[in-house]
Write a protein that binds this ligand. Structure first.
Ligand code: ADP
Length: 418
């Protein structure tokens, strides 16, 4: 990332990466080989007359534009409208001209690929229908992801598009890791199993960690901890996911910003009887009103919670205690799935930036052979090739994730037919 050398992938053109949500679209236009950004930004309030687009053209400032039409198509049109200018502007550190600014394709983050999609795929009518069929499993995400795909089709009909699935990396989990002990028909008829999410990030940081460790990914056993607003950890053996903390939905597993993570499923019936809330209302609260926000009573921002805990706020201290406790329990469980640990990888907004959470986790996990290097950890591993542990057979690393770059690379590769 950030290198100004243009590798062969750039010759194939730039990639538009889209993460289309229910009311927002995050995007980047980048060179897949170098990771160099040409454009990046976000559209908010999509689908309303208040829609606005924030665009950063590299190198340059963020500009905000109103989009009264507000549709996904209007957003995509406007993003693409920036491209010719941006391509020329970005020529300061490399050759200008049509090759640089050519858009080779669009890569979409798609949350749920069900059991079918085990890798990134070129989008066609049949793929769209399959993604739609998995909307039942991800009703908050897949329909918006498809809105983005349809909008690009409408605005640039001939542009190749690639779907990159959050679930795909975890398709290598064995049945013992992905099956729930529930009635068989729930699995065969309704697809109730563990799928796992954040796969693009786990895959990216696992590859990067191997490079930083100077060892082949094919012989490493890693636990990757993606700790952002959503949090999940994965057991990656020889480059393949063998276990992960998220399940049928992204609600399972670790404590997150507003998601509870694991709870006793018995609480749904109990609360329904006691409170009169419906199953949907309880699930909504577990997704949106729980987690760090519920425990701390101060919202889901880890920075604010850490600061409040340091100032003596009891609820914030409890929120951190529960977060770290559950994280460590999950990591140790994933090591059981691996049989051996070579490195623990921290990523995501919390994993990359919170020296305190990492420090507490590493102390709790000392029995696995991990020991914090306090100086390296305080500087987030910046001067030590990502390493935040003392040198030894089991390492802890900070590896900044870059899901957009992974999506761009997959898109270029799939379009090239590799
Ligand atoms: P998302 O999952 O939405 O992509 P991020 O990966 O950006 O989110 O992570 C957001 C989380 O990272 C928030 O809890 C935020 O408070 C936390 N975070 C960001 N910067 C810091 C920091 N310097 N110290 C501690 N936590 C941080």
């Amino acid at each position: 990332m950030g290198e100004s050398v243009h590798g062969p992938g750039d010759a194939g053109g730039l990639v538009l990466v889209l993460n289309s949500g229910s009311s927002s679209v995050k995007f980047a236009v980048l060179a897949p080989a170098s990771g160099e950004r040409v454009l990046a930004g976000m559209a908010g309030q999509v689908g309303t007359p208040e829609a606005e687009l924030q665009v950063r053209r590299y190198p340059g400032r963020v500009v905000t534009e109103q989009l009264p039409e507000g549709s996904y198509e209007a957003v995509i049109s406007r993003i693409l409208g920036h491209l010719p200018e941006a391509g020329l502007n970005a020529a300061g550190d490399g050759p200008a001209g049509p090759g640089r600014a050519r858009l080779a394709g669009a890569g979409h983050r798609v949350v749920h690929g069900g059991e079918r999609f085990t890798a990134s795929v070129l989008v066609d009518d049949e793929v769209i229908a399959a993604i739609r069929s998995f909307s039942r499993l991800a009703p908050l995400h897949n329909p918006s992801n498809l809105d983005g795909i349809e909008a690009v089709r409408a605005v640039r009909p001939g542009l190749p598009q690639v779907a990159v699935f959050d679930t795909a990396f975890h398709h290598t989990m064995a049945p013992r890791a992905f099956r729930y002990a529930v009635p068989e028909e729930w699995y065969t008829r309704y697809g109730v199993r563990r799928y796992g999410f954040h796969g693009t990030s786990h895959r990216f940081v696992a590859e990067r960690a191997a490079a930083l460790l100077g060892r082949p990914l094919a012989e490493l056993r890693l636990v990757t901890a993606h700790l952002g607003n959503g949090c999940s950890a994965a057991a990656v053996r020889d480059g393949r996911s063998v276990d992960t903390t998220m399940g049928l939905t992204p609600l399972e597993g670790l404590v997150m910003g507003t998601r509870s993570g694991d709870v006793d499923p018995g609480l749904i019936g109990y609360l329904a009887r006691r409170s009169g809330l419906t199953a949907d209302e309880i699930t909504d609260a577990l997704n949106n009103e729980s987690g760090l926000a519920a425990l701390s009573g101060r919202g889901n921002d880890m920075r604010a919670i850490t600061a409040a805990a340091a100032a003596g706020d009891e609820r914030s201290r409890l929120a951190l205690d529960v977060f770290v406790h559950r994280l460590c329990r999950a990591i140790a469980g994933l090591v059981a799935s691996l049989g051996r640990l070579d490195a623990l990888v921290f990523t995501g907004g919390i994993g990359e930036n919170s020296a305190e959470i990492r420090s507490r986790a590493l102390h709790r996990l000392g029995f696995l052979g991990l020991a914090e290097d306090p100086v390296a950890n305080a500087s987030h591993g910046r001067g030590t090739g990502g390493r935040v542990s003392l040198p030894g057979p089991v390492q802890a690393l900070v590896v900044p994730t870059d899901e957009e770059l992974m999506i761009a690379r997959d898109t270029a590769r799939v379009i090239a037919g590799d």
